[in-house]
Design a protein around this ligand. Structure first.
Ligand code: SF4
Length: 424
């Protein structure tokens, strides 16, 4: 006879990193430790255009980005940063801003103290803070600014801009080995060494370990997994996770989701960014949507109500159910910035939109609210299930609109102030 033991539920392993606090005013975003995995994003506006940048930061924040990075590449951009911050504060958007610095960050953070102050975190790339003996001095100036203004830094190594002197010295060491490593393994080592040695230099200058976040970004899925597994073994620093230059559309989405999910499942990564190249006309906020979906799919976070929809098949002769699924999904997402405040807990709502009787009623019963549309050969009726019970049947040309009203009423009744007052 077989021993019958319950099958263990899969769930991401716990994180074991320190915890950083990224602060703006009274807004504190904790990253790492027992904090939920955070979503961040980056603007693609010219920071000199303070209004345009503030508007995009606002859009990203409303889409769910908990920190937003902006480019600080010129004196004009550094001068504009306090105005970006001011605009956001005026609009009531307190999302922390991260400054992305390359080559001249030491000068900009020194010459533009209002910029250094308006940012909540500085991204430093050790591969391009300077060459030769200038490197340590210029890196040091950026750390001094972080210490002066009490800011968190991310030491963000990227294989496209890896410290070439460090790589050359590791290559030399490697060629002296009796059994030299593969060039790729030397590159992994260089990425990790660059991040950890830079963090050590920052700590030697007085930064606390919890003020330093690390990342080692590469563009290959297997490379990212290899590097982060090792990085997580060697350090307890907070880790920022992301596939760099992930690409466009489906390719970028799938590659990011694959790499990030494997690592997050292993408890590696405290904050994520999906570096998606927007397709022409696509909103920048898409990268936030995908990052949130990855965390929600893994069961790590809940951001928006989920819409379960079947893929459709030969039993669905019209596009009605596809249109209804999209309409409901778009509607729920569009409402979330307001609903988050108005209906606490609504993000956990589960809606099902199904194409026929085969799985329609079953899946709809598992959801909080579901509809099973008629497939080919079925009577033109769409039963609606609420909390597992069939409650009514919709017919005619306005099924979509009527179902949306039913969803709205359900939300008001279950999550509205009236429902909360009754429960307390
Ligand atoms: S629920 Fe019906 S329409 Fe949808 S995929 Fe299954 S069989 Fe096809």
């Amino acid at each position: 006879m077989q021993t019958c033991l319950p099958i263990e539920s899969a769930f991401p392993k716990a994180h074991h990193s320190l915890q950083s606090r990224v602060v703006w005013g009274s807004r504190v975003v904790t990253v790492g430790g027992d904090a939920p995995v955070r979503v961040q994003s980056m603007t693609n506006t010219d920071t000199v255009d303070a209004i345009g940048t503030a508007i995009q930061v606002k859009e990203l924040a409303l889409a769910g980005s908990e920190m937003v990075r902006i480019t600080v590449n010129t004196p004009e951009a550094a001068a504009a940063v306090p105005y970006v911050r001011e605009q956001l504060d005026r609009m009531g958007i307190d999302v922390p801003l991260i400054g992305d610095f390359h080559y001249n960050g030491h000068r900009l953070l020194t010459d533009y103290p209002a910029c250094a102050q308006a940012l909540s975190k500085y991204r430093i790339n050790p591969g391009n803070v300077g060459k030769g003996n200038k490197r340590d001095t210029q890196f040091g100036q950026m750390i001094e600014a972080a210490l002066r203004w009490n800011k968190v830094v991310r030491i963000g190594v990227n294989w496209g801009s890896l410290d070439q002197e460090l790589l050359a010295s590791l290559m030399d060491e490697n060629s002296a080995r009796s059994a030299p490593w593969d060039a790729r393994q030397v590159m992994y080592e260089a990425l990790i060494t660059s991040a950890i040695d830079s963090a050590q230099r920052a700590e030697d200058m007085g930064m606390r370990r919890d003020q330093i976040i690390l990342s080692c970004k590469v563009s290959g899925v297997q490379d990212l997994i290899s590097v982060y597994r090792e990085l997580a073994k060697r350090t307890d620093h907070v880790l920022h996770l992301g596939l760099t230059e992930a690409g466009m559309g489906t390719k970028g989405t799938v590659a990011s989701a694959t790499a990030l999910s494997i690592l997050l499942q292993e408890g590696i990564g405290d904050t994520i960014r999906v570096s998606l190249t927007p397709q022409p006309g696509e909103a920048r906020t898409q990268e936030v949507v995908i990052a949130s979906e990855i965390l929600q799919a893994l069961g790590l976070r809940t951001f928006v109500p989920s819409v379960t929809a079947c893929p459709g098949c030969g039993r669905t002769t019209s596009t009605t159910f596809q249109e209804l699924a999209k309409q409901i999904d778009d509607f729920l997402r569009a409402q979330m910035p307001v609903w988050r405040e108005q209906y606490p807990g609504v993000e956990g709502l589960r809606v099902a939109v199904m194409g026929c009787i085969v799985n329609g009623p079953g899946e709809s019963k598992h959801a909080d609210i579901g509809i099973s549309l008629p497939g080919s050969g079925e009577a033109p009726a769409a039963p609606v299930f609420i909390d597992g019970e069939k409650r009514l049947t919709l017919r005619g040309d306005n099924i979509a609109q009527e179902f949306q009203v039913i969803v709205e009423n359900y939300i008001e009744n279950r999550f509205g102030a009236h429902a909360v007052a009754q429960a307390s």
